[in-house]
Design a protein around this ligand. Structure first.
Ligand SMILES: NC(=O)CC[C@H](N)C(=O)O
Length: 382
């Protein structure tokens, strides 16, 4: 890892408003532009960096000790990191965890991802909260040669995530069958070893643990690329359709996803959506989505189930939200964020079609919401 003396930083984070943060670079050498968010999770940095929903974003970790247990091949949520880069308070120390096969810095460097350490992440997080997710340029140069004005100009030139269809970029190239189960089983649930329900999962940027959860709830899962049509989906004669999480603006992704979802709705099949899948189901039902100020990214977000009154602690990662004021008749708001009252779930009142904004598969995060996978499986049982 590149070391720098305090007066010679090796990385620079430039915000579009001209604010500069200097620090020590690690991971890949180079430059990137992105939207900047903050994530409050205390664990799971590898899962966060490989969550495809982070395409186009640099992640600031508010927890100061990131990287200290290294990286291993089992914790990837997809083949490679997808987030553009990371910002941390302390430089990662040498990992001593038995599962570690690489240091975070080596892993990022091999995969072309830039990181900056030594940043006042509390100040940066306040800036993100105040101005909304800023556009940024992040540069790492072991020689410490930065043209600050040019970096600010690059941050200003970043097109942003509004209107961005990134699912096409991160989806699978072709369909495949998923058969791996969860390793850790949430307390109180029965592991289903026989696949009883044929599910088509649309991959808008699916995390592996979602597919594991579906398999563990008794689903035989066939994964199809993001641009699959209703005809492609129905050709598999599924018992239910799953809509995955994914990056970018749901309105832009919805251009091809919404017609597919409408086609599946016409057939009356059960549908379950998570995060981007939730947002696109809402669009298909006639609701609207909005860009949030700084979104929700963390592993401790309280969500209230409006039907049972129960509060679940959830894992979240989203910068857009469904505008609950626009939900049409026949669609009920089922879950609400206790942080800001934003919509976190919906269901059709006359059939098993439902979705949530949070990530019930966690990874990282609490397992309170696993019941949703069982609910989906139960909806296909009849
Ligand atoms: N995790 C996700 O699926 C994110 C959905 C969407 N890209 C958002 O930021 O709101």
């Amino acid at each position: 890892m590149a070391q720098a003396t305090p007066d010679r930083p090796t990385a620079c984070l430039a915000l579009a408003d001209g604010t500069l943060f200097f620090g020590r670079g690690f991971g890949a050498v180079g430059e990137t532009t992105a939207e900047l968010c903050f994530n409050t999770s205390m664990t799971g940095y590898q899962e966060i960096m490989t969550d495809p929903s982070y395409a186009g974003q640099v992640v600031t970790f508010t927890f100061p000790h990131i990287g200290n247990v290294g990286v291993n091949p089992e914790d990837d949520e997809t083949a490679d990191p997808v987030a553009e880069g990371m910002v941390v308070k302390w430089d990662p120390t040498t990992p001593s965890n038995w599962r570690a096969t690489e240091t975070l810095a080596e892993w990022l460097a091999k995969r072309g991802r830039i990181a900056i350490g030594g940043v006042d992440t509390r100040r940066l997080t306040r800036a993100i909260r105040q101005q909304g997710a800023p556009h940024v340029a992040l540069a790492h140069d072991p020689e410490g040669n930065f043209d600050a004005n040019a970096l600010v100009a690059k941050a200003r030139g970043f097109a942003g995530l509004e209107g961005a269809d990134l699912a096409r970029r991160v989806t699978c190239a072709q369909s495949y069958r998923w058969d791996e189960m969860r390793w850790a089983w949430p307390e109180g649930y029965t592991r289903q070893t026989n696949a009883r329900h044929k599910v088509v999962a649309i991959d808008y940027g699916a995390k592996r643990n979602i597919l594991r959860c579906l398999a563990s709830a008794g689903c035989e899962v066939t994964v199809l690329p993001a641009t699959a049509t209703a005809q492609d989906v129905l050709a598999h004669e599924p018992d239910g359709v799953f809509l995955s999480n994914g990056p970018g603006d749901p309105a832009a992704t919805g251009e091809y996803a919404v017609p597919m979802i409408k086609g599946v709705l016409e057939k009356g099949l059960p549908i379950f959506g998570i995060c981007l899948g939730h947002q696109m189901l809402a669009l298909a039902l006639g609701a609207r989505t909005i860009k949030m100020n700084h979104g929700h990214h963390g592993a401790n977000h309280p969500v209230k189930d409006m039907e049972t009154g129960k509060v679940e602690i959830t894992s979240m990662n989203h910068g857009f939200a469904v505008d609950s004021q626009t939900l049409p008749d026949g669609v009920k708001e089922t879950h609400v964020s206790l942080f800001d009252g934003s919509n976190c779930g919906l269901r059709m009142t006359d059939r098993p079609v439902f979705s949530v904004q949070h990530h019930p598969e966690a990874s990282p995060g609490p397992q309170d919401s696993f019941y949703l996978f069982e609910r989906f499986a139960a909806s296909m049982a009849g």
